[in-house]
Design a protein around this ligand. Structure first.
Ligand SMILES: Nc1ncnc2c1ncn2[C@@H]1O[C@H](COP(=O)(O)OP(=O)(O)OP(=O)(O)O)[C@@H](O)[C@H]1O
Ligand SMILES: [Mg+2]
Length: 311
């Protein structure tokens, strides 16, 4: 079986006696979009730098596609794209010239490079301004050029540090769509760090929350919501045409239901499994009709805040 695209084993980094990353175990499989979340100073950038072989771990291992990033940084560099928080370009060169510089640096043959550059400029929506000096670009345009820069190498894996920071909502949503299509169409694995939780929630298959160098929660948003905020419980909100003591009693007797609260025609039901079908049946059998049944969704905001309230 192929090794995971990203794997860290007890990855640890100390800076002058302070632990920035603490025994981090992380696995990201091919094609996943993983959201790396945490407050300022949590250790996100330090983790990314160790995975790129740009800084050495104090303890533990960082691997990309089975290559140890510390021992084989060039192999890792060849298959990885990196969008740092602040991308730097040559301001007096055009967008196309900047990308040409990158392809030369990466030893992509000239003939292959020019087609590739046109393709990525088209993807990020910069074709029309390709021959304009980057010094005259807006922040959003520079961010798009940063994405083009990441893509021009045909990476298997990309690290995106706050890819939508400082970009207007329309531009941000285009970049997010673009990250999703890059991942789904080309099978590129994505690790993205962000503070913009609703954006992360929209596009990530899985998230990890890092606090003071430690991973405190990890998984699909939906599962984390149930475990972290809902105390491991499923919650249902149900509206009925008519509620009655009998109805509440029969819902309470459904296996898996832990508690039922009733307020007018609204019932809130907590259980340790999904009981929507059984609840609907009980409503019919008691001569009432369900007008609305909703399983409670937890937002990443709620999950995230939970960790900071408990500190
Ligand atoms: N070069 C360095 N020298 C000393 N300490 C550092 C260095 N780089 C980072 N640190 C410290 O390591 C810790 C983790 O920093 P890191 O930049 O990884 O956080 P982050 O999660 O990326 O934060 P942000 O959301 O602000 O980008 C912080 O306490 C920071 O002060
Ligand atoms: Mg950072």
């Amino acid at each position: 079986m192929a090794p995971p695209v990203v794997e860290t084993i007890k990855l640890t980094k100390d800076y002058d006696g302070t632990r920035a990353v603490d025994s981090l175990d992380l696995r990201i499989e091919e094609g996943e979009i993983f959201g790396f979340l945490g407050p300022n100073g949590a250790g996100k950038t330090t983790t990314i730098l160790m995975l790129l072989g740009l800084t050495e771990p104090t303890l533990g291992v960082a691997k990309v596609c089975g290559h140890d990033a510390t021992r084989e940084p060039l192999k890792v560099k060849r298959i990885t794209g990196y969008l740092p928080e602040n991308v730097g370009f040559y301001e007096d060169l055009t967008a196309r010239e900047n990308l040409r510089y990158i392809t030369r640096l990466n030893r992509i043959p000239e003939r292959q490079a020019s087609g590739k550059i046109d393709e990525v400029l088209e993807i990020v929506g910069l074709s029309e301004v390709a021959d304009r000096e980057v010094g005259r670009f807006s922040r959003g345009m520079k961010r798009r050029l940063g994405m083009a820069d990441v893509l021009v190498k045909d990476p298997r894996l990309v690290f995106l540090d706050e890819p939508t920071a400082g970009i207007d909502p329309d531009g941000a949503s285009q970049i997010l769509d673009f990250i999703v299509s890059m991942s789904k169409e080309k099978g590129i694995t994505v690790l993205l760090s962000s503070h913009l939780l609703h954006q992360v929630q929209k596009i990530c298959d899985r998230v990890g929350i890092i606090v003071k160098g430690c991973m405190v929660a990890e998984g699909p948003v939906e599962r984390l919501g149930r475990e972290v905020v809902g105390g491991g419980q499923n919650a249902l909100e149900v509206q009925v045409t008519e509620s009655s003591a009998n109805l509440i009693e029969s819902i309470e007797s459904i296996p898996g239901v832990k508690a039922v609260e009733c307020s007018g025609d609204m019932l809130s039901i907590r259980g340790d499994k999904d009981v929507r079908a059984e609840v609907s049946r009980a409503i019919f059998e008691n001569g009432s009709l369900p007008l609305h049944i909703r399983a409670q969704d937890y937002t990443l905001e709620e999950i995230y805040l939970k960790y900071f309230r408990e500190e």
